[in-house]
Design a protein around this ligand. Sequence first.
Ligand code: GLA
Length: 694
Amino acid sequence: MKIRSVLTMLGVAAAFVIVVGPTAPAVASATPAPGPISAPVMGWNSWNKFGCNIDENLIKATADAIVSTGLRESGYTYVNIDDCWMASTRDAQGRLQPHPTRFPGGIKALADYVHARGLKLGIYSSAGNNTCQGLPASLDHEVVDAQTWASWGIDLLKYDNCGNPGRPALERYKAMGDALKATGRHIVYSICNWGREDPWVFGPNVGGSLWRTTGDISASWASVVSLLDQQVGLEAFARKGYYNDPDMLEVGNGSLTATENAAHFSLWSVLAAPLILGNDLRSVPAATLSVLRNADVIAVNQDWGGSQGRKIADAGDAEVWAKPMSDGSVAVVLLNRGAATATVSTSAAALGLGGSSAYGLRDLWTGATSTSTGAISASVPSHGAAMYRVSRSGALAAPPAAGTHQVSDLPWLASSNGYGPAERDESNNTTAAGDGVPLKIGTTSFAKGIGAHADSAVHVYLGRACRTFTTQVGVDAESGTAGSVRFQVYGDGRLLAYSDVKTGGQAPTRITVGTAGYTTLELRVTDGRTNGITSDHADWGSPTLTCGAAGTGSSVSDRTWASAVSYFGPAERDRSNGERPAEDGSVITVNGVHYPKGIGTHAASDVAVALDGACTRFTAVAGIDAETANRGTVVFSVVADGVTLYTSPTVTSTTPVAVDVDVTGRTTLHLVTANTADGTTYDHADWADARLLC
Ligand code: GLA
């Protein structure tokens, strides 16, 4: 702390010195750290089909087959050797060594072989004393093993969870993440601890780019849908470059039928899951290959449209899963889990695409195109899935009038609710419409709002004319201390903010987001994953839109920055400050609300963006990130062209402020944070959801 206080007195210039100067540790900036990857990993892994029955000839033949079948051109580039590649003992220097008879040529030669074909080689170990097959593993050998793999030219590590003597996952997986980073080689870090201890939370913090969310898949329909069910509620944790991993594909294996193969592949694609093939590629039937090479479906998987896919409707055997695409369209999977052919239906509005007089649909399995005024429906065979890409193709509706609006006073494009209808200005109560009581979260009552029950969604039309949305959320008092829910706000199907899990009896949490440029807003409540949906009566207290500002919206974190200084490590895009290294923060979290977009800094900081007179409004939530364990105090200000447009009161971890500033005509915007009398300690200052209307 001492060095930080001294440097504070020297001001922002000193903050720059700490990054580049002689007192700084060897900063990892020259080292490509494990971390964000460009898209979900695509490739093949030996485990699902071959288990321990592997050798170097299989790996080479598989690499050849990936090329000859055209799978490489489809994007499958990783060839991953799973368990059982290693000898039963380490060598005299304590290094892992390949199994002497199954990999006699060594892994380096195999890596060369694979690389020569334009592919990458992945390898496997476990964060324990032994692998799941009882072979030597990497706990307490992280540094030597990472260096060994780097020296062989390894491109990906799948790191399993067997042989753990009872040590916390964070400690074990961080040790390997650090060791991989220290090699200087970009080795994609695939965390495989079966969804235990919340890998979706710690995974990205330890260098992981993907993390298993469940136990193992097997080659049966029951396994596929069981794993699918376990993805619900995890969609908030995937971000561009960091993905939930519902385990490898079983397409072409076991008892899966052709219909089930296509459904499995469709679902993993909308989940933005890694597409790791697990079948025998040396002899793959044409029908299976046509599933695996469907370019339209792969494009859904690889495109980051702002959020991974999620379940948006569940009517027993009929489910609807949807994923926003970066071009504004939505990919939708209509799933039939039942035993007989059934019609599965949804609507463009339920997909977050409402407000248009017409829609274009492309069937991603047949290539057929059609148009609709909003209904989306298909006859789907048992254990099958229809998959469409849906786009607006008609005239847009008129936006809400200028001014502030309660969402309960606006028309809803669509709504769904777990227990009777979502109610306007009253609690959910029971299943009858209009049977609620006044909304109350903890001891706070709300005259206006929405009384919902998980799972629930309310869709409203913004027509790109509203710049902010704010609400208070929590479990309604009618649930007593029962109930556990998570609140999520989506703009055009993209996750803008989500709350911590809220339980019965807690005080409300405020959520504020910028909505500039969005056409639709979705207010969703999902189960908190602790007790099912029992008593999940969820209130949106006084949900309010401020409208009257047409234009294009953009995140400041997606723009070029004219300059950026921050006291402790660089200003971060779409993550908190973390510690000193670049890109080491986590999801921006302010007073119980998580924001996928925004800027994480450490006061004193100054991030400048050119506006060139083109923008009219800047919005953000200014707060102290939760990673400081509720410490730190900061003053935020917005300065443009030498004029201070806004200065916040002293912000603490429990008193974030909503910023909404007129920037019309301004040339350069500076987002400035300053320390207060208590010095720099823990001043992790977030511009959460920093957004411009231009
Ligand atoms: C665990 C993993 C599997 C596979 C096996 C290998 O079960 O979850 O994916 O790697 O170990 O032993």
